[in-house]
Write a protein that binds this ligand. Sequence first.
Ligand code: DX5
Ligand code: ZN
Length: 218
Amino acid sequence: MNNLLAPSILSSDFLHLGKALDLLERSEADLIHCDVMDGHFVPNLSFGPPVIRQIRAHASLPLDVHLMLSNPEAVLDQYIDAGAGWLSFQYEAAVHHQRALSYIKSKGVKAGIVLNPSTPVESLRDILPDCDYVLLMSVNPGFGGQTFIPQITEKIKRLSRLRQNMACQDLMIEIDGGVNTDNISELKKYGVNIFVAGSAVFHSKDPEAVIHEMKKKI
Ligand code: DX5
Ligand code: ZN
């Protein structure tokens, strides 16, 4: 399976979002990571379906939508209709995980579940075959520009082992938070397949060069 780079537009300049999207389109990025925050599940607000619909109309790369909101099961359709190609929700915010994952898949969208740093990967044992991907948060969700929590490397290894033991070879592991050109190679070694990077890309002087360097390393 091909490893993917998913720059997060959360760290882009929202006054010039179109320019950030154009930059990603001409770069080697594989996905556009869209962070949706509700000011309730996380203490920050970002954007929702109307903005995602506009991004979908402007860009051609698939949208990797990460829902950081309470009661995600109630709003899945809004994000599917807005154009998500990949859709993940937080394990901690949902109740009927298996139902939500199979619903997303039934709409032809890749289904993912997200674990906060403190939620053990073992919680996924019974729903792993229902996931197209698992997103491990390597910071506490809510803000870009935080530092990678070192314990998460052990967690990635445990999830890689679980994937192997449960014969879920097609399951992709995504990492989100504090990813940069210094740590990305090591994360690849532990079995990560999708790499989200926000501030490392958009707060650099040359985002396209950073994307190129990251792609070479994954
Ligand atoms: C954090 C978000 C991340 C964020 C990553 O809650 O889920 O996707 O944009 O930003 P960096 O790469 O700066 O940690
Ligand atoms: Zn995210």
